[in-house]
Design a protein around this ligand. Structure first.
Ligand SMILES: *[C@@H]1O[C@H](CO)[C@@H](O)[C@H](O)[C@H]1NC(C)=O
Ligand SMILES: *[C@@H]1O[C@H](CO)[C@@H](O)[C@H](O)[C@H]1NC(C)=O
Ligand SMILES: *[C@@H]1O[C@H](CO)[C@@H](O)[C@H](O)[C@H]1NC(C)=O
Ligand SMILES: *[C@@H]1O[C@H](CO)[C@@H](O)[C@H](O)[C@H]1NC(C)=O
Ligand SMILES: *[C@@H]1O[C@H](CO)[C@@H](O)[C@H](O)[C@H]1NC(C)=O
Ligand SMILES: *[C@@H]1O[C@H](CO)[C@@H](O)[C@H](O)[C@H]1NC(C)=O
Ligand SMILES: *[C@@H]1O[C@H](CO)[C@@H](O)[C@H](O)[C@H]1NC(C)=O
Ligand SMILES: *[C@@H]1O[C@H](CO)[C@@H](O)[C@H](O)[C@H]1NC(C)=O
Length: 846
């Protein structure tokens, strides 16, 4: 029996195109001037048709016109690379419109950009304060345009330099920060758009207060902070410390607080750029392929966003939910438990046990591997050690935490930072994080082994409490076990109660789920009008609904005739009502009226993943960062299903059309119609009814009807490879039915040519290590033998590990031999670009 159905919402209208392309591609043909010079003097200005070339030929300065405009700007670009990449603009806010420009230097040493026609000056550098008698402006090989006295060598203080006035790019050697001597505060601000270098909304700057940090704002909103310098790296970007050819330096004294970097290898062309879309990136020019590649970017994951988990909350991207209190209950508890449960942690946690500063009984709890809290109100004392730091914090009743300020010497570190306000914007890392000592009341301190020995009385007390704890645990265990038994029974009862029409009230109670009023749904979908119809599936049509208060819904209306659909409906309601995770589509309620049965979901404006991956031309809307977030999100959602939810669930029908995308392109797993709950002791199942989708089914499931969490892992692996390649796991290489995506990926991997798998539509820039890691993880997940495939918990870890530490994948299932499904698939579904997948239900004769 073959059922055709659409995934819920799969034909919704897409959002307006997201701005996906990252690179500034301003292609201009510029003729090499007959004589290259690198200076201008008062008698030799720079004409519009001329350029300055730095002595080593690395940079060029001249006028340019962004594509599609009539505006002329003075800018600076790399001379040796093929793609004109503007790294600095003089008159970014004052273009010369419809005319030509001229750059000149006054006898007093002031640079001026003027309209060559009208001589109207659009930009001038600061006054050189009359120090110069014979000024010259020179373009240096670092990309710095400097004004100095003619004849002065390098190393002299310049009267003016372009490096003090960055636009959107930080070049090696450029210092970003504040200078107390000159009052300079250099800010790096994005271009407004690709063709408009004027000030955009995203900017980065140094906040020198407390323990200095770099901030990124988008308009008035704080987006990201770098974390303070800890002697080794910026504590909020631990990955940057691993770059070998890259060294950062941080200067913090009474004269200046600045941050800069140098590149030891001259053949590496690298820049840090602030963009409207991606905020901040490090890009490196790849000479072999003549393109920019993104090596690093921030913010990188949900926990990088400023203040996600509020005061005293900490964010762990590999956990679900991501937020937890810095110190667990009873010391701290969520401030707003309702929102917290709904995965909104922004209000953070509050202290439950009051501190007792007067009597001096407070202590500290150490929390490891963190990005330290925002430190504008903190106080740094490099002269203290950790013990002195602790005392300093204890002495002041408003002190909330302390940490080492310098970890470069190893051990527990030296120096001291103390915080005097709420602790905000904290996250955890797998490694390379720092220890934070959080002040708590005496009652909340878990004694350390040394403290055990100090007092016999304490030992006794602890033993007693340990005993009590064990007892308590045993009781809880007992209770959980009993509840579990009970729940399994309840599930069965709930299932049957659906057939009993008269039992609506108890059903609602069992499900613990809002029961929507039929008339409300009727009104919200405009009497189930054709205009509101989003798609038609095997279970029946899906409609878009809008409630009176403006809330948008997805309404899945079960066909009255479909008995199979009814079963799946029951299954889905019971299952999904108990699940809450930001990577699972949320069921808002259901509606039952007479014969009518409906599921009410949150509305997903961006359709499903297959639309973006496989519809012609749509792949360009998914850049690498989005694809990576999608992979991570699916992995987290699946981990939640497999391990973290109260029920342990195998999805059984994971595929691109079942991954819905919200307005921020966050993936949400949907369609639990096929899912099965498994108990703690069961590891796999045998079934005579094989359900699933060609191309995503693991070999052991398709052939023998055996399914386990590892069958979902297989489907996940297929999805990962599809996301990377933008190709469907079958029907794509139609000229050869024997080759599917898995075997294609596998042979490329063995030949060391995996980068050929990557979707060309991703664009030119992506971090290669991340892409290769994903391909390797995909291959590990689709290995033939289920026991070789990793669990989702390992997959999550692998996604943030070094590629070299991952095991070598073995041959994928269905790669070499021709499974029965490949034979069949080549006849049953030729349509490789179709949005709708075919879900197969097959009775195996066994
Ligand atoms: C620039 O244009 C002027 C005339 O407008 C011409 O005399 C000069 O040779 C040109 N310079 C270059 C480098 O093409
Ligand atoms: C620039 O000068 C030329 C010649 O003097 C003139 O034809 C042209 O209209 C001027 N353009 C502008 C924008 O003023
Ligand atoms: C530096 O500039 C940024 C952005 O304009 C501003 O928010 C910040 O307060 C300035 N810092 C100082 C020390 O003036
Ligand atoms: C800047 O200089 C003034 C006076 O020299 C000093 O009081 C102040 O602390 C300095 N600021 C910083 C951030 O070091
Ligand atoms: C510099 O980088 C280039 C290109 O990545 C590499 O081929 C070369 O070996 C590097 N040189 C040194 C000294 O590391
Ligand atoms: C300090 O200790 C005294 C005596 O144990 C107690 O009565 C008092 O409540 C404590 N102070 C605070 C603020 O807890
Ligand atoms: C505690 O520290 C704050 C912030 O540095 C300071 O304003 C306050 O005077 C200190 N209080 C005591 C008692 O030292
Ligand atoms: C940090 O510690 C290292 C090693 O102990 C030391 O060499 C360095 O000077 C310290 N940095 C500061 C700013 O104190």
């Amino acid at each position: 029996m073959v059922t055709r159905r659409t995934s819920f919402c799969s034909s919704m209208k897409p959002l307006p195109l997201r701005n996906i392309s990252i690179l500034l591609i301003i292609l201009a043909t510029f003729t090499t001037p007959s004589r290259a010079r690198d200076t201008i003097t008062p008698t030799q200005p720079l004409a519009d048709n001329d350029t300055l070339i730095s002595s080593g030929g690395d940079f060029a300065l001249g006028f340019f016109t962004p594509a599609g405009t009539n505006n002329r700007y003075l800018g600076l670009w790399y001379h040796k690379i093929s793609e004109q990449t503007i790294v600095w603009v003089a008159n970014r806010d004052e273009p010369i419109v419809g005319s030509t420009g001229r750059l000149s230097i006054t006898p007093g040493g002031v640079l001026a950009v003027a309209d060559a026609n009208t001589s109207a000056v659009v930009w001038r550098s600061a006054n050189a304060a009359g120090r110069l008698t014979s000024p010259v402006a020179q373009l240096l090989d670092t990309g710095n345009l400097v004004v100095k006295q003619d004849g002065d060598g390098s190393g002299t203080a310049y009267a003016w330099q372009g490096f003090d006035h960055p636009t959107d790019t930080m070049l090696p050697g450029m210092k970003v920060g504040v200078d107390n001597r000159t009052g300079r505060n250099s800010t790096v601000t994005s271009w407004r758009s690709k063709s408009d270098p004027s000030l955009g909304t995203v900017y980065a700057f140094m906040d020198p207060r407390g323990n200095p940090e770099i901030y990124i704002y988008a308009g008035p909103k704080k987006i990201w902070r770098s974390g303070a310098w800890n002697g080794v790296r910026l504590s909020g970007s631990p990955d940057t410390a691993t770059y070998q050819d890259f060294s950062f330096s941080f200067v913090s004294n009474s004269d200046e607080v600045t941050y800069s970097y140098v590149i030891s290898n001259k053949s590496i062309v690298s820049r840090l750029v602030v963009t409207e879309e991606r905020v901040v990136q490090r890009r490196v020019w790849l000479w072999e392929s003549s393109q920019w590649s993104v090596y690093w970017y921030a913010p990188k994951d949900p926990c990088d966003k400023y203040g996600v988990c509020g005061p005293y909350g900490t964010c762990d991207p590999n956990n679900s939910p991501v937020c937890k209190c810095l110190v667990s209950e009873p010391a701290f508890a969520p401030k707003n438990p309702g929102n917290w449960a709904l995965r909104d942690g922004s209000q953070g946690c509050v202290r439950r046990t009051a501190l007792d500063c007067e009597n001096g009984t407070d202590g500290f709890v150490a929390v490891s591997n963190l990005k330290l809290p925002e430190s504008e109100d903190s106080v740094v004392d490099m002269g203290l050690d950790l013990d002195g730091c602790r005392r300093k914090c204890l002495m002041n009743c408003s002190c909330t935490a302390y940490a080492a300020a310098n970890i470069s010497g190893g051990g527990s570190g030296s120096g001291c930072v103390v915080w005097f306000s709420e602790l905000v914007d904290i996250r955890s890392y797998i490694d390379n994080g720092q220890d934070l000592y959080v002040r708590v009341a005496a009652a909340d301190i878990v004694p350390t082994p040394e403290q055990f020995r100090k007092s016999k009385r304490a030992t006794v007390a602890v033993t007693v409490s340990l005993l009590l704890g064990t007892l308590l645990l045993a009781c809880v265990g007992c209770f959980v076990w009993r509840r579990k038994k009970k729940r399994r029974v309840t599930l069965g009862v709930t299932g049957t109660s659906f057939n009993d029409k008269s039992n609506a009230a108890s059903r609602e109670h069992d499900l613990d789920l809002p029961l929507f009023d039929f008339d409300t749904i009727l009104a919200s979908t405009n009497q189930f009008s054709e205009e509101n119809k989003l798609g038609e599936g095997g279970f029946g049509p899906v409609y878009k609904g809008t409630l009176e208060n403006g809330q948008e819904l997805g309404v899945k209306r079960l066909s009255r005739t479909s008995t199979q659909g009814l079963e799946e409906f029951k299954n889905e309601v019971v299952l999904i009502a108990k699940l809450q995770h930001r990577n699972l589509v949320r069921l808002l309620g259901c509606c039952i009226q007479g014969e009518e049965r409906m599921l009410i979901y949150e509305y997903m404006p961006n359709k499903s993943l297959d639309f973006f991956l496989f519809e012609k031309g749509k792949g360009a809307l998914l850049d690498w960062q989005t694809r990576y977030q999608v992979i991570l999100g699916i992995a987290r959602g699946l981990l939640y299903l497999h391990q973290d939810s109260r029920l342990r669930i195998i999805h059984r029908d994971l595929k691109a059309s079942n991954i819905l995308l919200d307005k921020e392109m966050n993936p949400k797993i949907s369609d639990f119609g096929m899912a099965r709950i498994f108990g703690g002791d069961e590891t796999d199942f045998n079934t005579i009814k094989v359900v699933g989708t060609y191309g995503y089914m693991s070999p052991e499931y398709a052939m023998d009807g055996v399914f386990s969490v590892k069958s979902d892992v297989f489907s996940f692996g297929v999805l990962v490879l599809e996301v990377v390649s933008g190709k469907k796991n079958r029907g794509v290489y139609s000229h050869s039915h024997h080759v599917n995506l898995l075997s294609h990926a596998w042979s490329l991997w063995r030949e060391g040519k995996s980068m050929q798998l990557v979707d060309e539509l991703i664009g030119y820039s992506y971090p290669m290590d991340e892409v290769l890691r994903c391909i390797k993880i995909g291959l590990l997940c689709v290995q033939e033998r289920p026991e070789d495939r990793p669990l989702m918990s390992s997959v999550i870890l692998m996604l943030s590990s070094d590629i070299a530490s991952l095991p070598q994948p073995k041959q994928p299932g269905f790669a070499a031999r021709r499974g029965p499904f490949e034979t069949e698939s080549s006849t049953s579904n030729q349509d490789s670009s179709g949005v709708n997948d075919i879900t197969v239900t097959m009775l195996q004769g066994r």
